[in-house]
Every structure is written in structure tokens, then in C-alpha cells.
Design a protein around this ligand. Structure first.
Ligand SMILES: [Zn+2]
Length: 487
């Protein structure tokens, strides 16, 4: 887990940090000091990137003949201490900043290696290996270890504001007195909630953002002796066997979708008016307005995806906290979002009949947004750490089987929302019925876990209604109740 906060301003206390020699070590070079916030932050980001690329230069790749060669030609093997001595602009950079690329570069590299392997296995384009961070194209970022309070300490100064203190020293060779001089860079941030225990801070200066990075903590929970089946869908994102209906904020997402399409149409008009092909237009000079539309689109999409992610985090935490066992249907999500098969028109060769692709395209968009597989990933991740069982059960007929008598028929499903058994007359919400079937299938497959939990199962209607659930999740109970305040 991590917490993102906004940087409001930066100030310095103590000595002016030494940011390097004017021409790096030649005779007559001037010592540069700065108290300018932007200059100081860019200085830290630059030093961080330099160290990052030093580590990156030690990575190898296979060349045409199958030999392992360093990716950048010559590997740079300098230690932080050596780089301080040879690169004057890193001389006063705090150790907690200068050492952090060591681990972060490794994480970045091996995450990419793993991702490419997975994509290759799935027969997809693995993309290229990560490269060096570029001064021009990579965002200006740096990280600083907290190291049990040795640096990047946080202090709350107001109800909604706090300061992160990054301390460092100008080495004696670069001070007037010849003695080391300390400085404190104070990053002022705006908060909306208490800061949790963290292990490092990461600053994105381009976006004026600071992230407190936390080690993932397990959800603290007591055994509840309850099991749950959950049915994931599009109309209702998650239906539980207890009758809860968890929905995404549909109107917000629809509005974002509408605005995105509006901007896309405007972009299409701009391309058409230019008389170029789409490809040529992107290659050439894009108009100012066109780029503004592109920024608006990415802002809206990011907002929508954060909305979905936030809900899913809260739902998965709630489920893991409230149940000892969670059963999920085994969905073929890739199949559900793929295109429909084309249907050739037998009367007119070369033409095709309507096959529902237009309708399915809308659905695909919603499905992608709902990102069903991510919810499962989140549940598994949190359940793993909390000792909760998560198991998949086969999906077929979970939506057509009557939970009361077991009768399976397509006609059982009266509409999208209502289930009505043609055999015994049992009626229920269709999604709740499916979730109960999933729970029953899971319970019979895992008798050791669910022994005695069936009695604890509450009926839909008495008590645990969807509104209660949504409210309980939406308010107060944040994703981590286990958080401890670091301030
Ligand atoms: Zn029935």
C-alpha cells in the first residue's frame, strides 16, 4: 500500500546545499550552492537518475551472436562513495537518496523480465526491455529511504498539512569553513488522511507528488466461520451469496466515457481537417488543441480507472475481513471480452450478417473498466496474507441452476436481474442465486474449511443488505485498518 500526497512547496533550512562545480572539477571551477526549490529538487532527481543509470549499465543482454553484453556498452561500477568523489554534483546528495536506486533499479528490471515472460507465454508481444532513464523523456523522480527515521522523516504541522524533512551534509571540501555543514530540505505536503507507517518516500517533481511507500501489511482479522460465494458481472460488479450487491459508480464512469468520446471525436475532426492520414498526423506537428484533447483523454481515463481501483480495494478488504473462505467462479475473462465471430451472409458472398459485435463492443468497454481479473488478484493478494482461503469453482450453469431445488434451465432466468425457477417456483435476485450456487460448489469441494460455516450463512433480506454493505465499505473502514500513524 502507498499513500500519494500533493507537494505544496519546498524550503531549505541550514546551509545552502552544494549542487556541484560549475564545470565539474577543472581548475577555476566555481562551487554552486542553491536554495531555489525547483533547482534543488531537479538536483536530487538528477543525481538519483545518474545512480539509477549506473546500476542499469551493469545489466546484460544477448547480442546477435548470443553473447551476453552490457546493455549500454561499458558498465559503470562506481560505488556511491566513488561517485561522490568523481561527480561533484552528487557529493552532497543524502545517502538515503543515493542508495535507493540500487533496489529500485533491480525491482524495475526484474518486473520487466517477468512481465515479458508472461506475455511471451500468452503469445503476445513482450515489448522491449527497460532501458536507461532519460533526462528528457523520463519524469523527474527520486526516492529516499526512511530507514527507521534516519531520513525522510514526516511531521504533521496542521490538520491537513505536513512536512517531509530530507537531511544532508555538504562535505568539508566544498564548504568555506572546511567543516561539514548540514542542511534540511523541507517538502511541504497536503494531506487528506493520517500518514501510515512507511519505508520510503518517492517524489515525482514533474507532478508535484510525493508518495509514502508502505510495506504491505496483513489485514488483522478474527475467524468469522463464514464462507462466501461471489458472482462477478457487468451490471452488478460483485454479488455475494449473502445478498450484497456491490456496484461501481456507473454514472461517474458513464460521464467519463462520454467525455472521452467527445474529445476523441474532436481529435478525429482535427485529423480530417488537416487532410493527412492518422499515422502521418501523429508523426507530424500535432496542433496545440489536438494535444490538449489528448491530455484531457488521459486525465479522464486515469480518473475512471482510479475510481474503479478504489472501489475494488475496499471491496476486497471487506470480503477478506468478513469471511474465512471466498469462492469465485472460474470466468474465462479473455473469452468474454474478445470479439464475436463473424457471420458470413450466405446470400451475398463477401458480406457479413450482424453478429452483435457493436453491442459487445460497448460491453467490452464496461468489462475492461470493471477489470474483473484485478478484483480477483486483489482478493487473492490480501487473502494470502490474512490466511483466508480463496478457491475457484467451475462457472458452468451457476447462473441457470436453481439454488433451492437444483433444477437447471435457461428459462429459469426471467430477466437480467430476476431468477425464477420453473420447477419449484423459487425466486431470487439472479446474481445472488448465482453467488449461492458458487458458495455451494465451493463448500462441497472444500469440506474441511466450510465445515460448520453453512449455519452461519445469512439469508438475503434479513440484515446484510447491499446498502449496508456499500455504506459500511464506503465510510469509515478504510482499506487498512491496521495502519499505524507514523507522525
Ligand atoms: Zn427450483
Amino acid at each position: 500500500m502507498s499513500q500519494r500526497v500533493r507537494v505544496t512547496r519546498v524550503s531549505v533550512k541550514g546551509a545552502s546545499p552544494f549542487i556541484g562545480l560549475s564545470d565539474n572539477g577543472d581548475s577555476g571551477s566555481e562551487r554552486l550552492y542553491s536554495r531555489d526549490p525547483d533547482e534543488l529538487m531537479r538536483w536530487l532527481c538528477g543525481a538519483w537518475r545518474t545512480r539509477f543509470n549506473m546500476h542499469r549499465s551493469r545489466r546484460n543482454r544477448y547480442d546477435k551472436d548470443g553473447n551476453l553484453v552490457p546493455i549500454g556498452g561499458e558498465p559503470d561500477l562506481r560505488t556511491p562513495k566513488q561517485s561522490r568523489l568523481t561527480q561533484s554534483w552528487t557529493a552532497a546528495v543524502p545517502t538515503a537518496v543515493l542508495e535507493s536506486p540500487d533496489r529500485l533499479e533491480r525491482q524495475d528490471w526484474f518486473a520487466a523480465v517477468k512481465r515479458r515472460e508472461t506475455l511471451k507465454q500468452q503469445g503476445k508481444d513482450p515489448g522491449r526491455m527497460p532501458r536507461f532513464r532519460s533526462r528528457k523523456h523520463s519524469p523527474d523522480i527520486f526516492a529516499c529511504w526512511y530507514n527507521n527515521g534516519r531520513n525522510a522523516r514526516f511531521q504533521r504541522v496542521g490538520r491537513r498539512s505536513g512536512i517531509v524533512f530530507i537531511t544532508g551534509q555538504n562535505p568539508g571540501q566544498y564548504t568555506a569553513s572546511g567543516k561539514r555543514e548540514s542542511f534540511v530540505i523541507r517538502i511541504h505536503v497536503r494531506l487528506s488522511e493520517p500518514v501510515c507507517a512507511y519505508t520510503s518516500v518517492r517524489v515525482n517533481w514533474d507532478r508535484r507528488e510525493l508518495v509514502f511507500v508502505n510495506d504491505p501489511q496483513a489485514i488483522t482479522r478474527q475467524p468469522t466461520h463464514k464462507a462466501v460465494g461471489i458472482d462477478r458481472g457487468v451490471a452488478v460488479a460483485v454479488a455475494t451469496s449473502d445478498g450484497a450487491m456491490l456496484r461501481l459508480p456507473k454514472n461517474d464512469l458513464k460521464r467519463a466515457d462520454r467525455l472521452v468520446r467527445m474529445h476523441q471525436r474532436a481529435q478525429a475532426r482535427a485529423i480530417k481537417a488537416s487532410g493527412k492520414t492518422t499515422k502521418d498526423y501523429y508523426r507530424g506537428q500535432m496542433s496545440k488543441r489536438f494535444r490538449a484533447h489528448a491530455r484531457a483523454i488521459s486525465r479522464l481515463s486515469a480518473k475512471a480507472s482510479r475510481t474503479v481501483a478504489d472501489r475494488q480495494q475496499k471491496w476486497s478488504t471487506g470480503l477478506v475481513r468478513d469471511y474465512d473462505a471466498i469462492f469465485i467462479e472460474d470466468l474465462n475473462i479473455a473469452g468474454m471480452t474478445s470479439k464475436t465471430r463473424p457471420v458470413p451472409n450466405p446470400l451475398r458472398p463477401g458480406q457479413y450478417l450482424p453478429n452483435g459485435q457493436a453491442r459487445k463492443r460497448g460491453l467490452n468497454r464496461v468489462m475492461r473498466q470493471a477489470s474483473l481479473s484485478r478484483l480477483e488478484t486483489l482478493i487473492r493478494y490480501k487473502a494470502d496474507r490474512a490466511g483466508v482461503l480463496v478457491a475457484q469453482v467451475p462457472a458452468p450453469y451457476t447462473s441457470q441452476r436453481c439454488n433451492a431445488c437444483g433444477h437447471i434451465a435457461k428459462d429459469n432466468r426471467e430477466s437480467q436481474a430476476v431468477f425464477s425457477c420453473i420447477n419449484c417456483g423459487h425466486t431470487a435476485n439472479a446474481d445472488t442465486n448465482a453467488a449461492r450456487n458458487i458458495l455451494d460448489a465451493g463448500a462441497s469441494a472444500h469440506p474441511e474449511i466450510t465445515h460448520g460455516t453453512q449455519q452461519g450463512r445469512t439469508c438475503p433480506g434479513d440484515g446484510g443488505t447491499s446498502d449496508d454493505w456499500n455504506r459500511a465499505i464506503g465510510e469509515g473502514r478504510s482499506p487498512d485498518e491496521t495502519r499505524t500513524s507514523a507522525a
